[in-house]
Design a protein around this ligand. Structure first.
Ligand code: C5P
Length: 325
């Protein structure tokens, strides 16, 4: 039997980087948001042993360095079972694009493997295994709108933001996350005296809390039910007013100025908020309506950009969608 699951992408709504830690990682604060674009993972188990990865995209490694391989190995060991596992990755998302595709593929593999084996890991064990494979994996065990702390692996579900229409632009550039962090360290040493990198995380807390509580509008969010259709709009204006930032833009835009131009193109196409996702190279723009997003995507494609209109995915839609693979 083959189990097929959708492996959704994420974007970062703001990303603040703190000081380098003794273990080589950086503490950070970010809001992860799952979106409707996805890969598909097809997994089957049989008698024997060994993990086989299949993917037609030459940029995806098929050996034990693949995140799907690494997580399958750990899940089998934790459940104490020996099987032959075949994992087919249908790649639609960009590789090294800042959309968390490889991390999402790994979590989808864990979900599919548990279903195929008809065995369950505990929630905390899933989170631990996911964090071992990479900092950006645990968010995909939560879905929707999620606060990321620590090196990004410490995740807390936030109240879901209503669905927001958006446009994703995927340039043909692969950005190494490790290199982007190293470039940030060099920049912080050279230029960032105030706020010092440790203050940056406190700054992040103030900005994110003000945004998520509605404090940017000048009054706290009372939690009263919003008028239909108005919530996404309010959150968008709050986000724009708060001006949350992705620190990676400061280093990645210097190296690839064309990415800054694409953010500008998204803004000129009517985006209410545009940003790099993670360390890039993907950029996204948030829009007021699906029609505006579709029109903007068409305009950007005419400019020669790889642009697609999509939407954010709430936690409920994320989990419903996973099993629609
Ligand atoms: O956790 P992951 O394997 O995705 O991280 C890739 C690399 O990015 C790490 O080896 C590290 O160099 C860098 N990184 C970091 N701080 C983080 C996350 C990743 O420095 N919070």
């Amino acid at each position: 039997m083959t189990v097929a699951v959708c492996s959704f992408a994420k974007i970062n709504l703001g990303l603040y980087i703190g000081a380098a830690r003794a273990d080589g990682y950086h503490d950070l604060r970010t809001v992860y948001q799952t979106i409707a674009l996805h890969d598909v993972i097809r997994l089957s188990v049989g008698r024997g042993r060994g993990i086989e990865i299949l993917c037609t995209d030459p940029r995806v490694p098929l050996d034990s360095s693949n995140t799907c391989y690494r997580i399958a190995e750990r899940v089998l060991a934790e459940l104490g079972v020996q099987r032959r596992v075949r994992i087919e990755i249908e790649k639609r998302l960009p590789v090294q694009g800042g959309l968390g595709a490889a991390s999402s593929n790994a979590v989808a593999t864990m979900v599919a493997l548990e279903l195929a084996l008809k065995k369950k890991l505990s929630g905390s064990m899933r989170l631990r295994i996911a964090a071992e494979v990479g900092s950006d994996l645990p968010l995909f065990l939560i879905g929707g709108t999620t606060l990321g702390m620590g090196r990004g692996e410490e995740v807390y579900p936030l109240p879901d933001l209503a669905t927001i229409p958006m446009v994703i632009v995927t340039p043909e550039i692969g950005v190494s996350t490790a290199q982007a962090f190293a470039d940030w360290d060099a920049l912080a040493q050279r230029e960032l005296t105030r706020p010092a990198t440790s203050d940056r995380l406190f700054e992040a807390g103030c900005v994110l809390s003000a945004w998520l509580s509605g404090l940017t509008s000048g009054y706290p969010n009372t939690g009263a039910p919003a008028k239909r259709g108005s919530r996404a709009g309010n959150l968008l204006s709050d986000l724009v007013r708060t001006g949350i930032e992705n620190d990676f833009e400061k280093v990645v835009f210097r190296q690839y100025p064309e990415l800054r131009d694409i953010r500008g193109a998204l803004e000129r196409a009517g985006s209410r908020y545009a940003s790099l996702s993670g360390s890039g190279s993907t950029l996204y723009g948030l829009f007021r309506s699906p029609a505006e997003a579709a029109k903007a995507a068409g305009r950007l494609r005419k400019q020669g950009l790889k642009a697609v209109a999509t939407r954010t995915l709430t936690r409920q839609k994320y989990w419903q969608g996973i099993l629609d693979g």
